[in-house]
Design a protein around this ligand. Sequence first.
Ligand code: CTP
Length: 471
Amino acid sequence: MNHTQALSNPIFKIVSQAADELGMDCYVIGGFVRDFLLERGTAKDIDIVAIGSGIELAKKVAALLKKKPQVSVFKNFGTAMLRHGDIELEFVGARKESYHRDSRKPVVEDGTLADDQNRRDFTINALALSLNADNFGELLDPFDGVSDLKKKIIRTPLEPGITYSDDPLRMMRAIRFATQLNFKIEQNSLLAITENKDRITIISKERIVDELHKILASNVPSTGFSLLHKTGLLPYILPELVALQGIEEIEGQRHKDNFWHTLEVVDNISKTTDNLWLRWAALLHDIGKAPTKKFHKKIGWTFHGHEFVGSKMVYKLFKRLRMPLNDKMKFVQKMVLMSSRPIVLSEDYATDSAVRRLVFDAGENVEDLMTLCEADITTKNPKKQRRYKNNFKIVREKIIEVEERDHIRKFQPPVSGEEIMATFNLKPSKEIGIIKEAIKEAILEGEIPNEYEAAKEFMLAKGKAIGLTPA
Ligand code: CTP
């Protein structure tokens, strides 16, 4: 079968010319071919495999291009990379590899195309299109990758135990592709992942997190997390989630399984937002429930303070996974910490002051918080489901209403500390804090609007009430 239409970008003709001039066979391989056949568009990362020196081929391609792009050479790996517009071309010589048990660093020898395809992770990633002029666009598919694409199957070219043991990151990749593409992992592969799960420990945290991000960014992330769970990889990566699994029953009182609940929340939120960090917040919103779980004879199961404990756990988790401890992490912490606030509002009639406090505490993130809490509704009782949703709708309307009137979101005290000092002829002292706090409280409670005149009047009254006299 010929696939020249996949190679319509003129760059492929240049690579073809370069290879023919060097008398070298070369192919485009991997994700580019897979995504083209899946009609996922044409990828911008293009992997070229040369039967010979990939570095030499890259240099020749660069020389033939008008703009003469720079070639980055990675001698140790025998690879070279160049950029052409928004395309990144990666060149590698065909390899035959074998690995040591305790490292991902392979022993590399030159090989044929077949050797190179053998050492790739999945049949759907081993598809190659020839680039030489005499067979330009010819598909080389020794493992029936096309048929696996049609059947939606993730399968390894070699015996799966070998492929995963060679590079344990592939266990995560299998699960990630299954999630992204909505494919099934073939049974023997799934078994091999389960058997090799502890080998994930030799993989760097950064690479693991990369795959987690991709799973979370998929349409139905629960596919990936339940596969991580099923294969036994999850305890190595996110033990906090594993700890949420299970239902306990004492004296006939049960609590829900917070692991499966969490996965439902993540799927829910993925329908309404692409914000990766909000999806992380959904994944972690209940992690404080495992360490705070208690049973009380009278009231049953409680998880007191789980939001606070959970937000502290977010920091430790990010640190352990070498994720950035920056504003993204703080955002996730804040979402976890506040994750029950709107729910309380939605269960009851939400007063204006309660909504104002919510907006005050959540600030810029109030919409994200609402999105998280709406996703958290997983009750199977249609009546309750409707009631909660409707209440959230009301809360959202009130947020807009209250915000228009009082501008709480980016709250700035309407009367400054300096003005309080000048009014009562005060030196820096705790009275200033007391008055400022009282003004803020009065605004949040709706006693006064968030305006200068009203706040000034309130300040005078409050000052007098605590025994101060205006200057
Ligand atoms: N590959 C592999 N084993 C790995 C990583 C990559 O065999 N652990 C091979 C696969 O053939 C893969 C190719 O290298 O198709 C390119 O890898 P990469 O760019 O990481 O992934 P893509 O398949 O291009 O997919 P995506 O861009 O979605 O990650």
